[in-house]
Ligand binder design. Structure first.
Ligand code: GSH
Length: 210
């Protein structure tokens, strides 16, 4: 059986878990924290989570795992079959990861009580000033990010925005959901699903245990 390594605090972990549940693939969760230990680096080259343990070996990077799962388990697809539409889903997911999630993620230490230099906050603001309009240009929110069917982009966005919204609100006093028209509707749509509720409940329980 597939094993998903990581912890429920991680939005990346939660996105992969959400995808596995959505596709109905049996898997086991293995509580694993990021580390630079040789044992972990042998499985996850950057020492990050999540990573997926398959019968063939280990895989890292959430988007790579989504694509692998969709190839091996084609039922309940995460990507459209049309090559161009599939590439558009990948483009949106990657753009949100690099230009929205990443700058917001850089603020997380402040949520844990660490002092962040003003320059770091300013840098995050500058990146979000470009990333959020790019997100708006790419997503249709009709009602899903890339049309009328849920894709990997929606799952990734949902968990990325849960974190990014809190980090940007607390640290930058910025409401990023209000800056992307249609995003609130997408978040509500997914909030209403049993899978999101299960993954978020596990996330909240993990955050409480910090
Ligand atoms: N690009 C990676 C990002 C994964 C990631 O950043 N994971 C965080 C937890 S949310 C982590 O392991 N951080 C530990 C570290 O950076 O050393 C993915 O798509 O899975």
């Amino acid at each position: 059986m597939l094993k998903l390594h990581g912890f429920a605090i991680s939005n990346y972990y939660n996105a992969v878990k959400h995808a596995l549940l959505y596709k109905g693939i049996p898997f086991e969760e293995v509580l694993t924290r990021p580390s630079q230990s040789p044992e972990l680096l042998a499985k996850s080259p950057m020492g990050k989570v999540p990573f997926l343990e398959t019968e063939h070996g280990f895989l890292t990077e959430a988007n790579v795992i989504f694509e692998y799962l969709d190839e091996v388990y084609p039922d309940t697809p995460l990507y459209p079959s049309d090559p161009f539409q599939k590439a558009k889903v990948k483009q949106l997911l990657k753009s949100v990861e690099l230009y929205v999630e990443d700058p917001a993620h850089s603020l997380v230490p402040a949520l844990m009580g660490m002092e962040l230099p003003e320059t770091k906050k300013e840098e995050a603001n500058i990146q979000l000033n470009r990333g959020l309009p790019a997100f708006q240009r790419l997503a249709s929110f009709s009602p899903y990010a890339c049309g009328d069917t849920l894709t990997a982009a929606d799952i990734f966005i949902y968990h990325a925005i849960k974190l990014a919204k809190t980090a940007s609100k607390v640290v930058l006093k910025r409401n990023i959901i209000a800056e992307v028209e249609g995003l609130e509707g997408l978040m509500s749509l997914l909030d209403g699903t049993d899978i999101a509720q299960r993954v978020i409940a596990d996330n909240k329980a993990a955050l409480k245990g910090l």
